[in-house]
Design a protein around this ligand. Structure first.
Ligand code: HEM
Length: 752
């Protein structure tokens, strides 16, 4: 096994989780930082003074165009009207060709005290706090598409370090669909809406995606990730991030080591259920963007710990996969994670376009101490990002846009170009020179100059691929084997769903044929649902990535099938971090509710950092049996249980009578049951829950002991005594923290 001689010492316990209120947080994390101050220099407030034209001339009438007579034609002369309309006509820029839909936030990264033994980068010096801007995204959908589409999530972090910008442009999955960047345009064309009718939006459930990935079997591992719960995160704050490629870190002595980057959220990794995601897309397509925004506004700042897997150069060939192959991960069981710092996002952007839309990440933005490897996907990305940004942002000067501006001084002989902001003075715009006193001069490595790691390279020029890239299935099987039964079922159901939206029978069959190389049970399960008999015989080579003039046998994918390994770290459910903070709890309530329970319930939930919201038949207020009035957050028709993590039904005879007549209230509970969410009720609320579940077809009498149990995540307490309601609330909070009752009884029988 590789490891561990020179790898960094274990991290100090910076990641210990404590509940932090807004006040606590702001004392722990500096609110002010250099990047914030830099951006402030470009920021204006609408209350800065009178309305003016772009030339600074005050405007007296912004309601009427200039006309010949009060009812007459508009005049071309109207310079104010033309200026305003001309600007409006050009307000849109091209959306990103991929990752168009995204949400961003500012924050800081704080280095632990252990990374400098492997990396000389200044921002990894112990305790260094570096401003960051992070953008999360979906890949396939357009800018206005739904947040919760089944898709990979981009996870891009811009570190504004003192040595220049470092961008860690990763995803929430540790591998990718293709091995060589020359296939990226093909892959993206296949997953985007089909070109003849631009259908479907933000979906991989269509012919061209499955046609491509089933012909390019190197995609199989990543396809399983994309069909897993990882592709439908509960929140952007609750997903992991990965650098995907193998990078290098260089220490002060010039020693290079291979590293894999890995972000882990302190709230744990959690996902939605597919049926829930489909419904959220209708009820709140901005679900993730809103969730991130609101959490930061409320002071519940999301945090991720950054870890690296470190592999000594001498261990490069120790694995049964190639470190340069981006369709492979390095199992944590082989190389453990070493935490090296923590990112906290603590400030929403002031302007979406100026910051989140104009930010330009690039994998080639690195600082001394970090370097690339020969991963052929990574190498292609080095070209692609600045190239696309040239057309997306319209000029080679996009590094001058405030969000992209380095904190370290930018001093070079590059000049001019569209929209240049900098006024470079003096006669010397070349180097070497004497007219400018020799400035700017090259900085030697000892002065912090960047020098590429002198990796020896030798070989014939070929368009080819190493044989160590030919195994397309072992890690797909590894991933599948590492999932719990619930997660395996979700993967199978996701593929069934996707393939049932493919029109071409041959594509569906080919996919099932490919799945047989991963797991025969998975292939059969998918096949059975689609009426495809297994085993499927596929005609022709599976791998179409074959150069025209080369012996095709050489390019057959490996027959290395299902070798039974597993990596427990790859399961979400198997690695649950219970967390109640920021969980949304719907409290179903109506006029005449029982006074006793509500205040203590709301307090207990809020104390744990959860967000209870009162949902009543109508908006406005509700009155308790004792005459107390509470403000309602939402009327039943404006929301749905899919927007919440848990449901509580408050007692009180009159209140429950009212709720019982409300179909949306019944649906609320039943959907929460179907989606395995914590449900609790007190007093007459218990009957409401029982009746609702009975209406959905569950046998609430025969099995009530099992159905209404902590294990099943349905907690009822008919008594309203203080002791009973306290222990009910405690059990409810535990159940919320567990995220879902995955083993919930008769989940497939429930009729909603
Ligand atoms: C050869 C393969 C790839 C190519 C050619 C490519 C190309 C691109 C392009 C053109 C963009 C739009 C950038 C912009 O307009 O600012 C983009 C965005 C992005 N890519 Fe890639 N990409 C590739 C692979 C990957 C991989 C493997 C990852 C993850 C490790 C990734 C992560 C991202 C992210 C996170 C963004 C969004 C950045 C943002 O938030 O602005 N890409 N990619």
């Amino acid at each position: 096994m590789p490891q561990k001689k020179d790898s960094p010492a274990p991290a100090p316990n910076h990641s210990a989780k404590t509940k932090v209120s807004k006040a606590d947080k702001s004392s722990a994390i500096p609110e002010e930082n250099e990047k914030k101050a830099q951006l402030a220099g470009f920021t204006t407030q609408p209350d800065d003074g009178s309305l003016t034209s772009n030339q600074g001339v005050k405007i007296s009438d912004d309601q009427n165009t200039l006309k010949a007579g009060r009812r007459g034609p508009s005049l071309l002369e109207d310079h104010l009207f033309r200026e305003k309309l001309m600007h409006f006509d050009h307000e849109r820029i091209p959306e990103r060709v991929v990752h168009a839909r995204g949400s961003g936030a500012h924050g800081v990264f704080e280095a632990y005290d252990n990374a400098q033994s492997i990396c000389k980068a200044d921002f990894l010096k112990p305790g260094t706090v570096t401003p960051v801007f992070t953008r999360f995204s979906t890949v396939a959908g357009f800018r206005g598409s739904s947040d919760v589409a089944r898709d990979v999530r981009g996870f891009a972090v811009k570190f504004y370090t003192q040595e220049g910008i470092f961008d860690l442009v990763g995803n929430n999955m540790p591998v990718f669909f293709i091995q060589d960047g020359i296939k990226f345009p093909d892959f993206i064309h296949a997953v985007k809406p089909e070109p003849h009718n631009e259908i479907p939006q933000a979906q991989s459930a269509h012919d061209t995606f499955w046609d491509f990935v089933s012909l390019s079997t190197e995609a199989t591992h990543m396809v399983l990730w994309a069909m897993s719960d990882r592709a439908i995160p509960r929140s952007l704050r609750m997903m992991e991030g990965f650098g995907v490629h193998t990078f290098r870190m260089i220490d002060k002595k010039g020693t290079s080591r291979f590293v894999k980057f890995h972000w882990r959220p302190t709230l744990g990794t959690h996902s939605l259920i597919w049926d829930e995601a489909l419904k959220i897309s209708g009820k709140d397509p901005d679900f993730h963007r809103r969730d991130l925004w609101e959490a930061i506004e409320s002071g519940a700042y999301p945090e991720w710990e950054l870890s690296v897997q470190v592999i000594e150069e001498k261990d490069e060939f120790k694995f049964d996969f190639d470190l340069l192959d981006p369709t492979k991960l390095v199992p944590e069981e082989l190389v453990p994670l070493t935490p090296i710092g923590k990112m906290t996002l603590n400030r929403n952007p002031a302007n979406f376009f100026a910051e989140t839309e104009q930010v330009a990440f690039c994998i080639s933005h690195i600082v001394p101490g970090i370097d690339f490897t020969d991963d052929p996907l990574l190498q292609a990305r080095l070209f692609s990002y600045p190239d696309t940004q040239l057309s997306r942002l319209g000029s080679p000067n996009f590094h001058e846009i405030p969000i992209n501006k380095s904190l370290a001084p930018v001093v070079n002989n590059q000049r001019d170009g569209h929209m240049r902001q900098t006024i470079n003075t003096g006669a010397a715009s070349y180097e070497p020179n004497t007219v400018g006193g020799g400035c700017p001069f090259q900085a030697g490595v000892k002065m912090g100059g960047f020098a590429t790691y002198p990796q020896p390279v030798e070989g014939p020029k070929v368009r080819d691929r190493a044989e160590s890239f030919f195994d397309h299935f072992s890690q797909a099987t590894l991933f599948y084997n590492s999932q719990t039964e619930v997660e395996k079922k979700h993967i199978m159901q996701a593929i069934q769903f996707e393939l049932s939206h493919c029109n071409t029978p041959a594509i569906r069959e080919r996919v099932v044929g490919v799945l047989e190389h991963v797991d025969k049970g998975l292939a059969k399960g998918v096949g059975d649902a689609l009426g495809i008999k297994t085993p499927v015989k596929i005609d022709g080579p599976l791998n179409q990535l074959v150069p025209a003039d080369i012996a095709k046998e050489k390019y057959q994918p490996s027959k290395n099938i299902g070798h039974g390994k597993s990596s427990p770290a790859l399961s979400i459910i198997g690695n649950l971090i219970p967390a109640v903070e920021t969980r949304k709890v719907a409290v179903l309530i109506a006029d005449g509710y029982a006074d006793e329970t509500v205040d203590p319930l709301l307090k207990a939930l809020t104390d744990k950092g959860a967000i209870p919201q009162l949902i009543a038949p109508l908006g406005g207020t509700v009155k308790s049996a004792g005459g107390k009035e509470l403000a309602v957050d939402f009327g039943l028709n404006s929301v749905g249980s899919v927007l919440f993590d848990a449901v509580y039904v408050v007692g009180g005879k009159k209140a429950v009578d009212t709720l019982s007549k409300q179909a949306p209230a019944v649906l609320f509970v039943n959907e929460a049951y179907k989606h395995c969410k914590a449900i609790a009720a007190s007093g007459e609320g218990c009957d409401f829950v029982k009746n609702a579940l009975a209406k959905a077809g569950l046998d609430v009498k025969g099995e009530s002991a099992d159905l209404f149990s902590a294990k099943n995540g349905v907690l009822l307490s008919a008594a309203e005594s203080k002791k009973d309601s306290t222990s009910l609330t405690e059990d409810f909070i535990d159940a919320i923290g567990n995220h879902r009752a995955w083993d919930r009884l008769h989940i497939d029988d429930i009729a909603v």
